[in-house]
Ligand binder design. Structure first.
Ligand code: 5GP
Ligand code: MG
Length: 177
């Protein structure tokens, strides 16, 4: 697996330090309420599990299966909700976690959907935000790292379902695509 990595963009130690900071920001914004976290699968799995264990607070974790990539290396433009039932968010402030903000369509669609379901407020957190123009207007309240506009893998992010378990974020060699 490691031989397919072209370049390490953000290593494990740097990610860990930044997650400490993000956890502090989130704790400060949700002072004394039970935090309802919605984790977008599967990309945010690794990020969420490392981040949420740094938040020593009462919280509830829900997951939402969304797909926008369909196995390739560029966004398909369509956001599919794959669950039969959405988490119960009515009357709650919600924290949504995703792996990466790219075109913005995924987060936009999820935020809209949760607001439709009655969430009172939706805050968003992403490990990575690509430095590019968004195609959907959306705000990420907590951002781990800004990266260039290139395809990345690792720390939850996949290429054709693989590489999610790399402990760092990196780029993929051309010959591995
Ligand atoms: P958006 O809807 O903002 O265009 O894209 C968000 C989703 O696309 C993310 O949840 C992620 O699954 C996927 N994505 C965007 N950029 C990348 C990337 O560089 N690498 C991988 N593996 N997935 C990406
Ligand atoms: Mg994804």
């Amino acid at each position: 697996m490691e031989k397919d990595v072209e370049r390490v963009l953000v290593d494990e130690e740097v990610i860990g330090k930044r997650l400490d900071g993000m956890a502090r920001e989130i704790r400060a914004d949700f002072p004394d309420e039970v935090i309802l976290v919605v984790v977008l699968l599967k990309g945010a799995l690794v990020f969420a599990s490392d981040l949420l264990r740094r938040i020593p607070r009462m919280l509830e974790i829900e997951c939402l299966n969304v797909a926008s990539y369909h196995g390739g290396t560029s966004s398909s433009g369509q956001v599919d909700f794959l669950d039969h039932k959405l988490p119960e968010v009515a009357g709650r402030r919600v924290l949504v976690l995703d792996d990466i903000l790219d075109t913005g369509r995924t987060l936009r669609a999820v935020v809209d959907r949760l607001l439709e379901e009655g969430a009172t407020e939706v805050k968003t957190g992403v490990l990575l935000a690509k430095d590019r123009e968004r195609e959907a207007e959306v705000e990420a309240h907590y951002v781990g790292f800004e990266i260039g506009d290139e395809f990345v893998i690792g720390y939850g992010l996949d290429y054709r379902g693989r590489y999610r378990n790399l402990p760092y974020v990196g780029t993929l060699k051309d010959e591995a695509r």
